[in-house]
Structure formats: structure tokens, C-alpha cells
Design a protein around this ligand. Sequence first.
Ligand SMILES: [Mn+2]
Length: 292
Amino acid sequence: MFCTNNSIAADAMVIGIPYSYGASFGLGAERGPAAILACMEQQIELFERFTATEPALLYRIRQEILSSISTLSPEEMIAKVANRLSRIDAFTVLLGGVHTVSIGAFESLQQRFQSRDITILQIDAHLDMRDDDSDYNMVNPSRFSHACIMRRAVEMGFKTCSVGTRAYSIAEYQFAKKKELPVFEMGRGKALQIEDILAAIKTEKIYITIDVDGFDPSIFPATGTPVPGGISWEFGTALLRRVISERDIIGADIVETAPDGVVGLTEYAAAQLCYDLISYKLLKSDGKLYFV
Ligand SMILES: [Mn+2]
């Protein structure tokens, strides 16, 4: 799967960020990146069945894991991630780690683009729109907790679109309502339709942040804050195919994979999502994205 020749430029990068500071319930997100990368290297089929291609053989995909970050403050980790991304031209997927790592990607996007031209498409059980986590974290409350990342994105001027939502506080509910943010919730209101989601995204450029708890927990059981319900594998991956083929995806992350060492399904599913994102993006950039 991964290219080991560092002297040639990569077409895509996968960067693991083993950072779990601020996890609120289940632990182990720091083990996510290595487990996902191992699945990509050893378990994933290189044949991509929706396009009948072998993108791993067509393109150079490189991987790395950011080191010496586990003891950093969230602010320091975010700066380090943004700095690493600022030196990469290739399409990049970040692997968390807790959802806080996405703010590093948002900061690097802000350096390259006008944030109002970008929609952060969030697949997540939670809104992550708390101003800080002081309602449940009395010891060391932070505005860079994983429960705050979409609030920070809104403040940074990005447009947002949330999908799979089914757990949030009253403050988050009021914030999203007041700002008229598109929220595609599970089980309340209309059933999710890909057409509706695409229509709610007003920008050409999209950054995709996938908190694996947005999916049904039968697909990603090992995650920090699992919530019943969630989008199906078929819906989520179909959404990604449509979004990537019709819009300009400028980056992505997959976060909150917390392998439990028992069932390998969570890391396998995250590895498959990562390969899907890279495959469709690179085929599209090459003018070769055709679904068979
Ligand atoms: Mn989240």
C-alpha cells in the first residue's frame, strides 16, 4: 500500500496523530493511527471495487506518524499539526487521535484559503459545538477539547455541514439554531438524503472530518464516546463518493478510533475509509474517476 521511497514526491499522504489528551470517556485514541496504518498495509484490498482500479499501485501514497506529541498541550499539538501540513502539497488524510487534531488542519486551511470558501463536512454523532468543555470537565476545562472543534471552525469563518448528529447539549442546540447551521440529524425529522446534504453545502471546496462515532457503532465499536444509532456504512461511503466526485475535496481526517485490542473492525473500517478517500480524490485529480 505505502510507498517507501522518500526521494520521490507523494501523490497522497496519510499522517497519524496519536494524541488523546482531553478524551472525555473511553481512552485509547492514541493507539488509532498505528492500528489503522497497519490495516491499510496488511488487510485492505488494493482493488477498489466501485471504480475497478488499484489506486495503491497507480499512485504513491506515503505514511508517517507525528512523534513527540502525546505530552503537548492541545494548543501546542494543533500548532505542530498545522506546521506539518503547511509543508505538504499532496492530498493529506489525518488519522486521530481525538477530534482536537482537526483544528490543526483547520488552521493550515486558513493559511492557504479564504475560510468562507470552505465547508467543513462533519460526520459525527456529536455537534462538537460547545464553547468549552467546562460542563463536564471541572478539572482542566479547555476551548480545544474534542467537544468544541466545530465551534472553533465556525469562529474561524468556515461554513459547516453536520451529518449523523444525535447527541448534543442545549448550548450546542441553541448555537447551531441561531447560526442556522445545516445539521442532518438521525431519527428526528426527515430521513437523510445525499441530495439534501449536497444542496446544503454551498462551497466548491470541502474539508471532510469523520469522527467514527458518526457511523452506527456496529461498524466502529471501539471509539471514545459511542452513541446508539448513526449512519450506515453504505450511506456514509455513498455520500463520500458523491461529494468527492462532484466537489473539490481539499483534505480530510478520520478521528476517535480507539482500538480495544479485541475486535479489529474499527481500525479496519477506518483504514477502508482512508483508502476510499485517497482513491477517489487521486482518480478524480487524474480525470479517471468513473464508477462501474
Ligand atoms: Mn467529534
